[in-house]
Design a protein around this ligand. Structure first.
Ligand SMILES: Cc1cc2nc3c(=O)[nH]c(=O)nc-3n(C[C@H](O)[C@H](O)[C@H](O)COP(=O)(O)O)c2cc1C
Ligand code: SF4
Length: 596
């Protein structure tokens, strides 16, 4: 396997992933062997192995079950199902059974919120639509050690339920110009068409795509050599988002067309699809599409019949780290390192993968490129609004009758999406995932657009029975868990937010919340918003900020104490000592100690 990867140190993440698929976990001796074989320091290999959630440096079960832990899975009862499975198997979460047969744990959102609760088996297969019957049957199969490939096939079924298709989800029309016809145009003309379209990236930040490509095309390559790269960001880690999953499953050719057009426009030779580890089950079909494209001459030497256009696409699998969706962290991961966001400038368009000018775009952006290149920039600019052109795909989940995929022109009001998905009594919608915005009823007239409510794709609905404080606390835990730890305000700040919310939630404080705690939360929000290195830290308090602003009552009911109280009751902590010594007098109580 090491020779198949050419003993390339940049392939470290892939080598670890494939090794672990055989050995289940990564003992130190194995890491030492890999370090020697790739000529890397052991510390670097261990640093990578401990960074990614899907790598295990301690023993785990031979069969590993990971429950998706997005709030939508929880609303559908995932916690009770996890407890039930653990009980049936006789294990505690995160602990393998004594024979090392299996372990059960949680992972971040698996991108299956429209058909949850869901879980991952060996980071490789997904089981959707869990209920008690399915969990009981699963436990029985696991206990009798029936291999996963003999489990009922319908358990693994993933639906891409398209409930409103516009141009992207309808697919390319049969009479559209072919890719070779598109690529025969001047590279600059391809960029100009995107500029005319006004296309802005669909991955969250909304950066103008033509400007990004132009910067990459114009980048100085005197120090990096002439090579350039195109990367498709299919990390889709934002909880509640699953539109890229559907595009990759149903419209992979359009995505690869978009990447090939980008390569032609900027002069790239190499393409990467960075596929999140949770979508490992899509790998065989994506490889098959790439093989078919190579066979038909759309990839490889002189691709699409263009002399000298040698462009091919490889797939890199992530290993369970949300921060790797950040484009510079993604490039670090592609190079075989921990997914730590880089200091910018230089930006990836100047120095990206292996120092080469690199364009990173979202899956949906590349799909839009494939359409724009065929139908023209003016056509795309005619959809949506003047400043937010084209359509946007929404991954709708939560408290609604019809969860699934909905594509609308940008500028569509939230109320329309709610009506269409059957969510007439929503009290709030989380648009764009935890790092997006929590919009209350008073904001349902607002529109999904870059200049109103921008969205990276998630649309999670909460009805009035949901406690939005608990939703915000859940998202706070997500960010604390996913912080890469590079900068202190994020590493420590996200933990402090969790502890403070736990105190209000009565987990630690037992009614000890006060206005002082809310003030501290506001301060932490300000600190994280301004003092962190990447977008993860700066958006980590968005759910807190929005729920404090719009749903203050759910915090007020938890801040009944007029003055500050410490997180835990010092006097209560001494009760064991009082029992042992048999003391019940006032002097044995902390709060009377300093009284005259
Ligand atoms: C913590 C974090 C996670 C991100 N995750 C993703 C992701 O999963 N997919 C994505 O396309 N962009 C993600 N982004 C945005 C990327 O950094 C980048 O802006 C985007 O891929 C550019 O593509 P676009 O211009 O087509 O939007 C993330 C950003 C941050 C800060
Ligand atoms: S803000 Fe958080 S995730 Fe981003 S670099 Fe700093 S520690 Fe890492």
């Amino acid at each position: 396997m090491l020779s198949r990867w050419g003993h390339d140190p940049h392939a470290l993440v892939q080598v670890l992933r494939e090794t672990q698929a055989l050995t289940h976990w990564l003992p130190r001796a194995l890491l030492t062997h890999i370090a020697q074989a790739l000529n890397l320091p052991l510390a670097q290999v261990e640093g990578v192995a401990t960074f990614y959630r899907f790598f295990h440096t301690r023993p785990v079960g031979r069969l590993r079950v990971l429950f998706s832990d997005n709030i939508t899975d929880r609303l559908l009862g995932s916690e009770a199902l996890l407890s039930r499975l653990c009980e049936r198997l006789g294990v505690a979460p995160g602990q393998p059974d004594v024979q090392g047969r299996f372990s059960v744990d949680r992972c971040s959102c698996t991108g299956l919120c429209d058909q949850g609760p869901a879980l991952l088996i060996n980071h490789h297969q997904v089981i959707t639509r869990l209920d008690t019957a399915r969990v009981d049957a699963l436990a029985a199969l696991m206990l009798s050690e029936v291999p996963a490939d003999q489990w009922p096939a319908d358990w693994f079924h993933v639906d891409n339920k398209v409930l409103r298709a516009d141009v992207l989800l309808s697919g390319l029309s049969a009479d559209a110009p072919t890719l070779p016809e598109v690529l025969a145009r001047e590279p600059q003309a391809l960029i100009d068409e995107l500029a005319r379209a006004g296309l802005r990236g669909r991955g969250g930040a909304g950066f103008p795509t033509a400007r990004k490509w132009q910067a990459c095309r114009d980048a100085d390559t005197s120090t990096s050599g002439p090579l350039r790269c195109v990367v498709c960001n299919a990390d889709e880690g934002e909880p509640g988002t699953f539109k890229d999953r559907a595009l990759l499953s149903e419209h992979a050719d359009a995505v690869f067309d978009g990447m090939t057009i980008a390569a032609r426009a900027i002069g790239a030779q190499q393409g990467w699809l960075y596929l999140r580890g949770e979508y490992r089950y899509l790998l065989p079909q994506l490889q098959a599409v790439l093989e078919r494209r190579r066979a038909s001459g759309l990839l490889g030497a002189n691709a699409a019949g263009l002399a000298g256009f040698d462009f091919d696409i490889r797939i890199h699998l992530g290993a369970g780290a949300y921060v790797c969706g950040e484009e510079s962290a993604l490039i670090e991961s592609l190079e075989g390192r921990r997914g730590t966001p880089r200091i910018r400038p230089p930006f990836p368009v100047e120095r990206g993968y292996l120092g080469r000018p690199t364009v990173v775009n979202n899956v949906e952006t590349f799909c839009a490129v494939a359409h724009i290149a065929r139908r023209g920039g003016a056509w795309w600019a005619g959809i949506g609004t003047a400043s937010s052109t084209g359509t946007k795909i929404h991954s709708v989940s939560g408290d609604c009758e019809r969860p699934g995929l909905y594509e609308y022109p940008l500028g569509t009001p939230i109320a329309q999406i709610l009506a269409d998905c059957g969510a007439m009594d929503a009290q709030a919608v989380q648009v764009g995932g935890p790092s997006g915005a929590c919009v209350p009823v008073s904001g349902f007239h607002r529109r999904i657009a870059f200049d109103d409510v921008p969205s990276a794709g998630a649309f999670m609905v909460f009805n009035p029975s949901r406690d939005l404080f608990e939703v915000a606390r859940h998202f706070a835990r997500f960010f604390a868990h996913e912080s890469c730890g590079l900068c202190t305000p994020c590493r420590v700040g996200t933990e402090l937010v969790v502890r403070r919310l736990d105190k209000l939630a009565l987990v630690r404080g037992a009614g000890r919340g006060s206005a002082f705690d809310l003030q501290r939360l506001h301060e932490l929000d300000a600190l994280l918003h301004s003092g962190t290195h990447c977008g993860l830290g700066s958006s980590a308090c968005n759910p807190l900020r929005d729920t404090l602003a719009h749903f203050g009552e759910v915090y007020a009911s938890r801040t009944a104490t007029p003055q500050f109280e410490p997180e835990f009751d010092l006097d209560a902590e001494l009760s064991a000592a009082r029992r042992v010594t048999g003391r019940t007098d006032a002097g044995a109580h902390l709060h009377t100690e300093h009284k005259p």
